[in-house]
Design a protein around this ligand. Structure first.
Ligand SMILES: Cc1cc2nc3c(=O)[nH]c(=O)nc-3n(C[C@H](O)[C@H](O)[C@H](O)COP(=O)(O)O)c2cc1C
Length: 204
């Protein structure tokens, strides 16, 4: 009896530890009040050269993802989607691994601990970014491809403007091998990669 209880406790503990290691809670989103929209619009530009010595901390990751596609109301987001389908999911790749943004819970779900930065795009600079955000569309939820592309555009511009406001570089990209990404992101049936965005600190 004692052995069975002990074994059950070990199994419970192991599964709890496993569950914990599968998600990373993000800090509460904290955007600076000082950066103006005018400043962000003036600074917005594509950047293809990044300071490779500087990583994005969890606060910046939380802020960037929220700016792009977080919830700013109970069940609605910082970017619009056709008929409010909310068919896009953001994945974020860093040197530490591949993560899915769970906006509702403000956390990252760990997809893998692989460094796939090299396959996040076809241009050499992609690997040097601090993070690559991959926009995934669930086609079964989409009104049509055009509407989902517009939604991705809105999300990517939110991210671009947030980055510009913080002097962080970014470039939105349509160049990537979607099949390779599909495999590494572990996408299923109706999920397709629509867009990518490289993020990183500017070279001073
Ligand atoms: C839908 C879309 C796809 C793009 N794809 C790429 C890309 O694959 N690689 C890249 O370096 N830039 C890409 N860009 C960035 C454009 O090249 C860039 O916006 C343009 O040259 C204007 O420069 P600016 O953003 O600094 O104003 C893309 C932009 C958009 C809107």
């Amino acid at each position: 009896m004692k052995t069975r209880i002990l074994l059950s406790a070990i199994v419970l503990l192991c599964s709890a530890m496993g569950a914990m290691s599968q998600t990373i809670n993000l800090p509460k989103v904290a955007l600076s009040d000082t950066a103006t929209l005018k400043y962000a619009l003036e600074k917005r530009q594509s950047t293809r050269e990044f300071d490779t010595s500087k990583k994005l901390n969890r606060q910046e990751i939380a802020n960037i993802l929220w700016a792009g596609w977080g919830y700013n109301r109970k069940d609605k987001r910082t970017a619009p989607s056709a008929i409010d389908r909310q068919e896009i999911t953001l994945y974020i790749c860093t040197q530490e691994g591949v993560f899915m943004y769970d906006a509702e819970n403000n956390r990252l779900d760990v997809i893998s601990d692989k460094n796939i930065m090299k396959i996040c795009g076809t241009q050499p600079f992609v690997e040097t970014a601090a993070a690559n955000i991959i926009f995934v569309c669930d086609k079964s939820q989409s009104v049509n491809t055009e509407m989902s592309a517009v939604c991705c555009g809105a999300i990517s511009q939110n991210i671009a403007l947030y980055c510009a406001s913080q002097n962080i570089g970014n470039v939105v990209r349509g160049s990537f091998d979607s099949e390779k990404l599909r495999q590494q992101l572990k996408l299923t049936g109706d999920q397709v990669v629509m867009l990518a965005q490289s993020i990183g600190y500017l070279v001073k």
